[in-house]
Design a binder for this molecule. Structure first.
Ligand SMILES: N[C@@H](CCC(=O)NCCCC(=O)O)C(=O)O
Length: 257
């Protein structure tokens, strides 16, 4: 018997500003292992090395975590400008195709921050490169030069659709969350159901309409203190439940721990 495997799409980074690596925050892996009850497996996303079909065969579910580079604007029909910042075209290539494949098959996919934006874009949404420039919007970026725990501390309320999927998971129609992003959804795609917004109108919690599996995504970072946080914990538990159900249906219940 083996636990279900969650493929976590990695980011490209540099150790000591020069040694290239693929990386995922340890708090993301902790949340998948300790709260979702699955094996976290970091995927170096490069379409030269793997196909989405191979990934879907290897893993039972997917987590698209946060990452500094922005989804390339050509993926939603915009021109590249300086405001769009840096990109990761290899992650774009894997993640966007993976989202569409998971939506089609029902294999669970969970999006966090950049991952939320990937699910949105894969399903036809547009993004704004810097939402704080929009009228009435506040700055959703992480405060600079503060200790990590302070940067990941709660900064705003998210109002949820009463009786919706998120409200049912949290047992609440309003939750307090952190905030570490500059971009945001501008126009949601036709199948994107928006169930959570902050008071300034920023979209924070979505899922894909009529998808047969778990497609929930949040613009905040629930991986921070996931085992303790009353909002993060039920979200990662719900994801783990969906991944385990997928694994049992595929491999047979007796083979899944
Ligand atoms: N680039 C997007 C997404 C922001 C995001 O995912 N932030 C987390 C970064 C954590 C990390 O560096 O790994 C935006 O700014 O909107």
């Amino acid at each position: 018997m083996t636990r279900p495997i969650v493929g976590i799409i990695g980011n490209t980074g540099l150790i000591n500003d020069r040694y290239p690596v693929h990386e995922v925050g340890t708090m993301v892996c902790d949340a998948v292992a300790e709260v979702s009850g699955c094996i976290p497996m970091i995927i170096p996303p490069d379409p030269c090395w793997m196909t989405v079909a191979e990934l879907m065969e290897t893993c039972d579910g997917f987590l698209l975590p946060g990452g500094r580079p922005n989804v390339h604007p050509s993926e939603y029909g915009d021109e590249e400008t300086e405001a769009h910042g840096t990109f990761d075209r290899k992650r774009d290539a894997i993640a966007l195709e993976l989202v569409r494949a998971c939506v089609a098959t029902g294999q669970p996919v969970f999006g966090i921050c950049r991952g939320f934006q990937e699910i949105a874009v894969a399903m036809g949404s547009t993004l704004h490169p810097e939402i704080r420039e929009l009228p009435g919007r506040r700055n959703h970026r992480m405060p600079v030069d503060v200790p990590l725990d302070e940067g990941f501390s709660n900064r705003h309320l998210v109002q949820l659709t009463p009786g919706g999927r998120f409200a049912r998971i949290f047992g609440a129609e309003e939750v307090e969350t952190n905030s570490l992003h500059g971009q945001g959804i501008m126009i949601p795609g036709p199948r994107i159901v928006v169930e959570g917004r902050t008071e300034d109108g920023t979209m924070e919690a979505i899922y894909v309409k009529d998808a047969p599996g778990f497609t929930m995504a949040v613009q905040w970072h629930p991986e921070h203190r996931a085992a303790q946080d009353p909002v993060s914990r039920p979200l990662f538990e719900a994801f783990g439940h969906a991944v385990r159900s997928w694994a049992m249906a595929r491999r047979g219940a007796a083979k899944v721990a």
